[in-house]
Every structure is written in C-alpha cells, then in structure tokens.
Design a protein. Structure first.
Length: 289
C-alpha cells in the first residue's frame, strides 16, 4: 500500500471522511465482541449506533482470523442460520423509498461444502407475507429460477405486496473468491431499468429489471438483517454461507469520484486491487483526501 507523507503523518482516505448510514469493518477487532469465537455484536463505525447483534448463541457467525489479506472476517454458515441484526426498526426506509441509496460490500460466497444450487443472503430489511416493504440483496445460483452466480436485489412495496424491481445478471461474482460488490438503489426512478444497478470490482454498471411498480413511501417494519434475506423467515430464509469483511451503506449515491474512492479504499485494504479494471484511478495508488 502506498502512502502520502505530510511531515510525520501518513494520510489516506477512508469512509470516516464521508457520511455513512452503516459501516461494519471486520478488520477492526475493537468493534467485534465474541463469545467462544462467535460474534455476538459487531459495532457500527458510522456514528449512528446501528450495531449488529445476535442474542441466540447457535445463530452467531464465527470471527475468522486472517481470512483475507491478513485481516479478519465474519464467517456465516447457512446450515446454522447465522445472521446479525443491525439497528432499530423504521430506520432503513431510504433503501426502498424514492431516495437514492447504495451498498458497498466485501464478501465471499463459499463454493464447496454447501449446496451450490442455492441463494445466499447478504442484507435484508424486508419481512414476510403480503405486507412486505423493504429491500433484499443476495447471491443466487438456483437453477430453478434460473440464475447462475448472479447478484439480485428486490425492493418490496407494502401497498401491493410485490417487488418493485429485480436486477439479476449471471456470473457477476466468482464463488470462493473475495470481491467488492456495489448495489445502487433508485427505487422511484421514472426509468425502470435505472432503479437497481450492480457494479462488481469497480467494473461497469449492470442490471436487468423485471418489474416496474413504484417504490413504497412507508417505513421499513424490520431492522437490517446481515447474512440473511429474512430473520428466520422460512419462506424467504436465504442464509449466507461465506464471509463478510466490510459493509458500507450510504443513504445517497456517490458521484463517480466518491464511488471510485470507496472501491479503491476497499481494494487496497482487502488485497483486491488485481480485481479492479486497468483504467481504475486506484488500481495502483491508494485514495487520499
């Protein structure tokens, strides 16, 4: 990692310099509380106090030492229905109303030891039943759909109980490999194709929206679930088998400069610069203020 030297100070850019709605950083051990090696609490570095917690011991993910680039990660197992819950209810409505929002995620979906023909949840604010409102973000490899190594996001509208939009493109991520996944939500955009977009490892925007219902104006009825598409919801319980290294959620969409700084910060920190495209401004250089 390169540095800018100013006197005796080493300065590089990090998300503390912007406004974030949630910032979970597994590399910062001071933010993670464990019981017998499993995560009972993962503290939010955004300043909003949206700490991610799990009170049931059997559903706590493991805190994995030196998982990627010598840094720790939180490791989830689908068979054990591991997940964490972050923040209070009715604080995540910006993920599914008419406001812009975005998610940046460093993660890995395991490719062995678990059913490959499955879906794995990253985050969710949606509940179950016909009165859903909220958003899901997950990896999908189900042949029944069919989807193959796709990233999917669904935004739910309570008033009519169906999804606002679905974005899915095959082979966006490689199972077993760590990657930087970005999700951009503009659920009330007049152009349906622009409502949900994905970007992986600093590449081009991609997405394919199937439904065109308008966004919900109501608040979410659930807290944010991490590692699941529904807190124990058997009807939609896609649990993650894999690692989450860092999550950043913004209640806006950054401009291209801000987006590339986030990608560069995550790539250099987690040893993923080789994944960035050749023209990326932080392919070799660390972002600085």
């Amino acid at each position: 990692m390169s540095w800018v030297i100013t006197g005796s100070q080493k300065i590089n850019w990090d998300p503390s310099l912007i406004s974030t709605a949630l910032w979970l950083d597994a590399a910062d051990a001071s933010t993670v509380t464990t019981v017998s090696g499993n995560v009972s609490q993962w503290n939010d570095k955004s300043g909003n106090g949206r700490n991610a917690m799990q009170s049931t011991s059997g559903k706590r993910p493991a805190y994995q030492s030196a998982a990627q680039n010598g840094l720790n990660a939180v490791r989830f197992t689908a068979a054990s229905e591991h997940f964490l819950t972050a923040g209070t209810t009715s604080t995540w409505n910006f993920l599914h109303d008419g406001t812009d929002s975005s998610v940046f995620l460093v993660s890995r979906v395991r490719s062995t030891g678990d059913n490959p023909d499955a879906a794995h949840g990253f985050i969710s604010t949606a509940s179950t039943g016909s009165a859903d409102k909220g958003a899901l973000f997950f990896y999908d490899d189900r042949s029944i759909v069919p989807r193959n190594n796709a990233l999917v996001s669904i935004v739910y509208r309570a008033e009519i109980g169906v999804s606002t939009a679905i974005s899915s493109v095959n082979d966006l991520i490689t199972p077993g490999a760590y990657s930087i996944s970005s999700l951009y939500l503009d659920a009330d955009n007049a152009t349906a194709a622009s409502r949900i977009k994905f970007r992986v490892n600093g590449g081009a925007d991609t997405g394919s929206n199937a439904l065109t219902n308008p966004a919900s104006a109501g608040n979410s009825t659930d807290a944010l679930n991490i590692g699941s598409t529904g807190a124990g919801a058997t009807s939609r319980g896609f649990y993650l088998s894999g690692d989450i290294c860092e999550i950043l959620i913004l209640n806006t969409q950054p401009n291209i400069t801000g987006r590339q700084k986030l990608e560069g910060y995550l790539a250099h920190k987690w040893g993923l610069t080789a994944n960035l495209p050749s023209g990326h401004p932080y392919k070799t250089a660390v972002p600085v203020p």
